[in-house]
Design a protein around this ligand. Sequence first.
Ligand SMILES: NC(=O)c1ccc[n+]([C@@H]2O[C@H](COP(=O)([O-])OP(=O)(O)OC[C@H]3O[C@@H](n4cnc5c(N)ncnc54)[C@H](OP(=O)(O)O)[C@@H]3O)[C@@H](O)[C@H]2O)c1
Length: 335
Amino acid sequence: MTAKRNEPYLALIAEEKSEGFTQSIQTRSLDDLPDHKVLIRVSYSSLNYKDALSASGNRGVTRNYPHTPGIDAAGVVVESCSPELKKGDEVIVTGYGLGMDTPGGFGQYIRVPTEWVIALPPGFNLKQSMIIGTAGLTAVMSLDKLERMGLKPEDGEVLVTGATGGVGSMAVMLMASAGYQVCAVTGKTDRENFLMELGASRVIDREIWLENSIRPLLTPKWAAVIDTVGGPYLTQAVQSVMPSGSVACCGMIGSNELYTSIFPFIIRGINLLGISSAEYPITEKIRLWAKLAVLIRPWMLEKLVTELSLKALPDEIQRMLCGKTAGRVIVNLWK
Ligand SMILES: NC(=O)c1ccc[n+]([C@@H]2O[C@H](COP(=O)([O-])OP(=O)(O)OC[C@H]3O[C@@H](n4cnc5c(N)ncnc54)[C@H](OP(=O)(O)O)[C@@H]3O)[C@@H](O)[C@H]2O)c1
């Protein structure tokens, strides 16, 4: 497969107009892509919350518009000036600068630095790699860090917040697959069956779970927590994790704040673990993909995926911003 220098391709373009930020599918040319070493024909991308923020004008994620979001991409190398990558190689890119200030996976082509590119992880095809994507990498990074702090399935129940979301649903599936009893906290109680099918042992309505207590310590309940919501959710996780337990702080879909005293740390000896998957060193990402291949059976991925075309993406972005999506949304760039 070769590409002409000025070959046209389709991409989702987010731009600022008088009525606010809009997203539309437009034709771009390969000449418009940045001057990096590896040109990739993108087969699949995935929709993450960060993409929804980028597409809707969040300057903390993307400074300059018009812009093509998409922090994940899987495809085939079309041109490479790098000795490690050759034409025809199947590859993925997750995180680093992709889709933030570099045109991302919501375009049919990307051009990126060699250092961002990983050979397609063994055990997965291009589509499966994007069902996992940044969300799965973040979930497995959380599991990995929790286990490095000594967590074992026999320690007790683990909690996942924002459980039907991309990171949340992958975390439920991976923790269950690794042998843990998983309690899923969700705002979508009508998706209880979905969460149980992913492996949750029970599901709690977030309105019931959230105590909004000002007490520094609550009854210890969880061997560990993976929190994707932040604010009062992270606060309650810290207040109620068991002595010496750990909380993996991944997301801030609800709030970027944490209200706590030092008591959970100096009385219960709990650990608060920061998760930042985008900039994780590439060798570590490759190690985590190998861990994902052990934990995930491909049929499991079918339970949590919705596949869309580029054209359908703007509506789905709005749904994600309203917290209405569930599981993983992938984009087939050529559908
Ligand atoms: N640290 C990292 O490396 C990293 C990587 C990826 C993502 N993230 C962050 O993780 C978070 C989740 O990302 P995602 O891509 O999984 O998003 P997502 O697919 O949109 O999932 C978010 C889920 O959170 C819940 N939720 C939404 N609004 C809420 C609210 N106001 N209060 C409580 N719960 C709410 C909903 O699940 P329920 O209805 O089931 O409650 C929703 O499905 C984001 O903040 C994202 O930026 C961090």
